[in-house]
Design a protein around this ligand. Structure first.
Ligand code: SAH
Length: 269
């Protein structure tokens, strides 16, 4: 996939329409796993993570990397194999067990002190720990803080009414030098009820901008037959880097061909 060249020039709206009130319950998510309605799961490492791995790592090794709403994301194994320590959280026990089985990893299962009914699945090698509970039950006291966060299918999956709570939780889990690599999607929210939900650029900025330096890395046309079947005319994927930054002045940079970016990306300069 090539960036920018074929990206439709979409003026981003800050209005998310009826998605504002949409709620997907925990039971509905568990049902999706049970019914194998898991089109969001990808068998290959996401191209954005491959391409921007250096941004996430920033020259560091042996990082603690967090996967919010992890499903059975294959990227967890990929990063663990590089020597990083991976922590994920997911509602579905079946997703987590499938992750270990599909990668031939042996694991242990333990209760989590402090979260009633929750379990943590740990790879025998010790560098993958996956919590089976709601993300909102987790805190830095339980899971520690992270040097990196890979958020694909997570901010866009939580209910729009929970975004502030989610963002504050993410910020509380970030070490001072944490890099937060976020994949969000851009489409007309009046034409598809989600998830994935449309999160306007302006909202991302209001959620994270006070504490993070926001870099809009890339926007790519990801329109497929599936999106056509949802009734959409366009569907873009957007990669952003949100590094925690404690200075009072934040630089917001945009990468890519400036002419395309300024027309299709709302990031302030
Ligand atoms: N990030 C994964 C999965 C994305 S789909 C990937 O890239 O493949 C969203 C996942 O979040 C689903 O597996 C769903 O079961 C899980 N989920 C939804 N709400 C959750 C919550 N409140 N806490 C933890 N996991 C949740």
């Amino acid at each position: 996939m090539d960036s920018f060249t074929d990206v439709p020039r979409i003026k981003e709206s800050s209005d998310i329409g009826q998605q504002q009130c949409r709620v997907v319950t925990e039971e509905e998510w568990l049902q999706k796993w049970q019914m194998r309605n898991i089109g969001f799961h990808k068998e290959q490492v996401h191209w954005i993570l491959r391409k921007y791995l250096d941004v996430l790592l920033n020259g560091r090794s042996g990082l603690r990397i967090f996967f919010p709403l992890c499903g059975k994301a294959v990227e967890m194994k990929w990063l663990a194999d590089m020597g990083h320590c991976v922590v994920g959280v997911e509602l579905s026990e079946c997703a987590l067990k499938e992750f270990f089985t599909e990668h031939n990893l042996s694991y242990s299962e333990e209760p989590v002190p402090g979260i009633s009914g929750a379990k943590v699945f740990k790879s025998t090698s010790g560098n993958i720990s996956l919590y089976c509970c709601s993300i909102y039950d987790l805190s830095s006291t339980i899971a520690g803080r992270f040097d990196g966060i890979w958020d694909r299918g997570s901010l866009v999956a939580i209910n729009p009414c929970d975004r502030e709570r989610y963002a504050n939780l993410m910020l509380s889990l970030m070490e001072g030098s944490c890099c937060y690599l976020l994949v969000s999607v851009l489409y007309d929210p009046n034409k598809h009820k989600g998830p994935p939900f449309y999160v306007p650029d302006s909202e991302i900025k209001s959620l994270f901008g006070k504490v993070c330096e926001i870099k809009c890395l890339e926007k790519v046309d990801d329109f497929s037959d599936q999106h056509k079947a949802w009734g959409l005319d366009y569907f873009l994927e957007r990669a952003g880097d949100y590094s925690k930054c404690f200075e009072t002045e934040h630089t917001i940079s945009i990468y890519g061909k400036a002419s395309d970016v300024t027309q299709s990306c709302d990031c302030p300069m």
